[in-house]
Design a protein around this ligand. Structure first.
Ligand code: AMP
Length: 214
């Protein structure tokens, strides 16, 4: 099983991808997390990625992402399924993924699209906190009490992502509408798109998703 998760920021792709990976023993590849590690490196590339992600709220160039993705895919044993989270975000990336999968004898089985209104996106992202250790996202005031700084799951430090601050959120949404929305259309035209509304609660979305995958 090889799955791509699509949808705007805050639609719950990451949470549902984590659940899919646990339930169906898939390898979870999250490009945002790979790139955040690159952005912390004290190198020319690290500084460039940091500025694009955290200051400008823009996508990282395809060439950089694809290189990072390829090395992550190369580490996955043959026969193990993959859930891609945060990739593809451009048409070029979607086409390269198709080629990359084919070259390793794999093919995409599901493109899951989780639509979400812009107002919910902004509301969720501004309250999102993320565990630095296990990467679980939490929603302040919902499943994370105000003032709590330790992850309820693993005890790691819970922080607000640099790019979840209000000034960057709007820029990221503009990037999504311009560059990532066409990817959804592309998968739809190819007949592999499955739409799962991202508005309901995590557990409700999960129930629907699990039933579809089964
Ligand atoms: P995410 O954690 O998926 O919200 O990604 C955080 C940021 O990482 C994005 O706003 C982009 O700057 C960068 N990023 C993640 N995945 C990609 C991708 N597939 N292509 C380009 N940039 C990406």
């Amino acid at each position: 099983m090889h799955i791509v998760m699509l949808g705007p920021q805050g639609s719950g792709k990451g949470t549902q991808a984590q659940r899919l990976a646990e339930r169906f023993r898939l390898v979870h590849i999250e490009t945002g997390s790979i790139l955040r590690a690159v952005s912390k490196q004290n190198t020319v590339l690290g500084k460039k990625v940091d500025r694009l992600m955290n200051v400008l709220g823009q996508l990282v160039p395809d060439a950089v992402v694809v290189k990072a993705l390829r090395s992550a895919v190369d580490r996955v044993p043959r026969g193990r399924g993959i859930v891609f989270d945060g990739y593809p975000r451009t048409l070029v990336q979607a086409k390269l993924l198709e080629r990359m999968l084919r070259a390793t004898g794999r093919s995409l089985t599901h493109a899951i699209y989780m639509p979400l209104s812009q107002s919910t996106t902004i509301h969720r992202l501004s309250r999102r906190r993320t565990c630095q250790e296990c990467r679980t996202p939490w929603i302040l005031g919902k499943n994370l009490r105000r003032g709590v700084v330790r992850c309820p799951k693993c005890g790691g430090r819970v922080v607000q992502r640099e790019d979840d601050k209000p000034a960057t959120i709007k820029k990221r949404l503009a990037e999504y509408n311009k560059k990532t929305a066409p990817v959804v259309k592309w998968y739809r035209q190819r007949g592999v798109l499955i739409e799962v509304n991202g508005e309901p609660t995590i557990d409700e979305v999960w129930r629907e998703l699990k039933a579809i995958i089964r």
